[in-house]
Design a protein around this ligand. Sequence first.
Ligand SMILES: Cc1cc2nc3c(=O)[nH]c(=O)nc-3n(C[C@H](O)[C@H](O)[C@H](O)COP(=O)(O)OP(=O)(O)OC[C@H]3O[C@@H](n4cnc5c(N)ncnc54)[C@H](O)[C@@H]3O)c2cc1C
Length: 438
Amino acid sequence: MLNPDILHPDFVPAPYWWEAYRPSAGELVEVPRTARVAIVGGGYAGLSAALELAKQGIDAVVLEAAELGFGASTRNGGAVSGGVNVGKSFTGRVIDIDRARAERVLSDAGDAFGLVDRLIGEEQIDCFWEIPGRFVGAWTKAHFEAQSRRLGLLNAAAQSGAYMVPAERQREEIDSRYYHGGMVVERSGKLHPALYYKGLLEACRRRGVSVCAKATVARIARVGNGWQVDTSRGEVAAGDIVIATNGYTGALTPALRRRIVPIASHIIATEELPPDLASSLIPKGRTLSDTRRVLCYYRMSPDGRRMVFGGRARFTQVEAAISAPILHRYMTARFPQLRGAKVTHAWTGNTAFTLDALPHMGESAGLHYCLGCNGSGIAMMTYLGWQTARKIARAANYACSFDTADFPDHPLYSGNPWFLPAIGSWYRLRDRLDRLLA
Ligand SMILES: Cc1cc2nc3c(=O)[nH]c(=O)nc-3n(C[C@H](O)[C@H](O)[C@H](O)COP(=O)(O)OP(=O)(O)OC[C@H]3O[C@@H](n4cnc5c(N)ncnc54)[C@H](O)[C@@H]3O)c2cc1C
């Protein structure tokens, strides 16, 4: 049972963002018999691929199993990063890759941020887009030092505008004593994720893209030089296929499924807070996250009145009855002044981690894919969809550091992440030990 003390009488177990745009099948668009490109998955990646293909004069159909926006794209925290999280595994560890590759990857991540900024402008997407920067709180002094060592790379490769804030100046960033200082990343933004999604959807529709809800792709088979795609609402003959299913990748593509670890993330939103309290919590309006293995991320709602607080309360999909009290506890550990704040919304969704902690695009058995947001995909999945479209369109200056042949798997992992609850408990314990032993 949910603890009634933390619940607002109007509590709903659904995303706060859905008050502005609720995933809907709309008037069902007929599944076309043929399309030059068929895209499986109708999140940011699928829509951004379709939009760019349409701009290049290539006809594409988006096939979405559920309502439009059912996946993570209307459920996330709305914090848009330009690379600070790239290469960070779900254990919080930053993967060790050589400097030259790290620079290329971060440079592309910086471009992903620029793409979101440009698309919002070009398509006039009204989604509360701002660039207030991010503060990443250091859980221990050692984490603060590790952050300091990463500044140079972030600034050189992704023009992050990153700098350190020592513990004694932390209150300029957050009205809390929880961290040992932290890192500010100026080139970091926030938006309303469901309105950004709605804007991409409308942009696709304006260009005549068929975006088909309730069209689960059950089978893809090679036929001559093309493909036959069987959906729950009919068949499509397509020249190319793009798999854009991220944390919802399933049995349709077993070779991709075993390269993805779907990890749940959870969020709560509070009731509207008294104005003085609301404006004091995050004085510069930045988004926040931290360096714990089991990290939390948070921000104020676009109107500045509610705390929207997320984290891996559990690594698997669990009901609000389990996630909401845990997140409320995490929130009040950072902000004891929010102890009396009631929760109006709690929800969950899937992210997709890869075994090398990097996003991937490429081709598997002739299928194009863009997968593996590793927890941060507003910019990255928009970008990988866009790059996949440019690759299919044979854009003259096409190049993308995430397009590599090596998408690692593991002989002991077939796509069923049964081990996640144990890993979650282990990393929560290690977080506590880090602080105790520091
Ligand atoms: C709680 C939460 C918080 C997050 N916070 C942030 C954040 O603050 N910042 C950030 O950058 N990122 C964040 N993310 C990650 C971000 O939301 C995702 O990376 C991004 O939305 C992924 O977009 P996508 O298009 O790749 O996949 P999705 O939006 O997940 O879409 C995949 C779609 O594929 C469909 N699908 C699957 N199989 C089939 C099939 N066989 N046939 C047809 N359709 C199929 C699914 O129904 C789903 O709708 C968060 C994620 C979650 C869950």
